[in-house]
Write a protein that binds this ligand. Structure first.
Ligand SMILES: [Zn+2]
Length: 343
């Protein structure tokens, strides 16, 4: 089969579109003919390499997968050949205390399919555990199905479970044009919050407004702190939705009002930042880390997508062979919504 692999860490040029052996499903696995795979910043981290994290090479990335079942392992009981499947990205042991109380993203064995361990969907075929296979709702096409899992699960977990955003609160959504940003805008509106979208261009802000954002701040041309004070009547926001990292960290903290919560799931502009401890306790601020979400939450998201209350935003679908170009667009932040590859 054709796949996009990298044999060493580096820039987009290390991605090779090449022939690799077809994978064979283990007894509890399903073999999917990949119809769409969405890219995430995780794909860029994996390709570049992270200090202290060992990725088995060569590696096939791609954590957001939708496809048609081509074969099933001998112990599979539920999934049928020909079925349309989206893949729940988190693999967990299914038998520890965290898994059994429904907090499976706290499982010590937690792995993301296409992440540091298992190969992902940037290929014509991929084998995934049957327990991770979710039937695609009838009216949803493959690209939409691939665009949902990581971004919506992450944004849902951050705003609903972690930050506990409430109706009437103000939420500042950093990187509003990213996949998680576009999901967060919609989820925050659904919860009844007032959304202040932050992006680098006016074009992204007008698209964010079409998605439901109440107001926008262009961080390239406007003073973020000043604008937040103006919009909130000097109060500051209740919640900051952060995933940008070092480049925006201090401004994000400073945007919080008293008792504000900052929730973050990423740091693609750098992982080290300064924290004014005095500000943290006098303003009674909470800092919350979030990593994907539980399998159960993905079903909550899917129900809302089925009801038309949430929808994945797709920037473009490129052929799998153009993975380098897709990585470049993502790294240069030229997208609004999800970037997908199609084998
Ligand atoms: Zn477990």
């Amino acid at each position: 089969m054709k796949a996009v692999r990298f044999h060493e860490h580096g820039g987009p040029e290390v991605l090779q579109y090449e022939d690799v052996p077809d994978p064979t499903p283990k007894a509890t696995q399903v073999k999917l003919r990949v119809k769409g795979v969405a890219l995430n910043h995780l794909d860029i981290w994996l390709r570049k390499g992270l200090p202290g994290v060992k990725v088995p090479l060569p590696k096939i990335g791609g954590c957001d997968i939708a496809g048609e079942v081509a074969a099933v392992g001998e112990s599979c009981t539920r999934v049928q050949v020909g079925e349309r499947i989206m893949v729940s990205p988190g693999w967990t042991c299914g038998q520890c205390a965290a898994c059994l109380r429904g907090e499976d993203n706290l499982c010590r064995a937690y792995q993301i399919i296409g992440g540091y361990g298992m190969d992902g969907g940037c290929a014509e075929f991929v084998c995934v555990p049957e327990v991770n296979c979710i039937p695609i709702p009838e009216r949803m096409d493959y690209p939409s199905a691939a665009a949902v899992p990581l971004t919506f699960l992450t944004a849902w977990n951050m705003l609903v479970r972690q930050a506990q955003l409430k109706a009437g609160e103000d939420v500042l959504i950093m990187g509003a044009g990213s996949g998680v940003g576009t999901a967060a805008i919609q989820i925050a509106k659904l919860l009844g919050a007032r959304v202040i979208a932050v992006a680098s261009t006016d074009d992204k802000l007008s698209k964010a407004s079409a998605l439901g954002a109440d107001t926008g701040i262009n961080y390239a041309t406007q003073d973020l702190g000043q604008e937040v004070r103006r919009v909130t009547g000097k109060r500051g926001v209740d919640v900051v939705f952060e995933h940008v990292g070092a480049a925006t960290w201090e401004r994000s903290i400073n945007a919080l009002g008293k008792n504000g919560r900052l929730v973050t799931c990423g740091a693609h502009t750098g992982s080290s930042a300064r924290l004014e401890i005095w500000r943290l306790f006098t303003r009674q601020i909470s800092l919350i880390g979030s990593y994907l979400g539980t399998k159960g939450e993905l079903f909550e998201v899917l129900r809302l997508i089925g009801h038309g209350r949430l929808r994945p935003v797709i920037h473009a679908v490129l052929p799998l062979a153009e993975a380098r170009a897709a990585h470049t667009i993502l790294e240069e932040r030229r997208h609004f919504g999800k970037l997908l590859l199609e084998p």
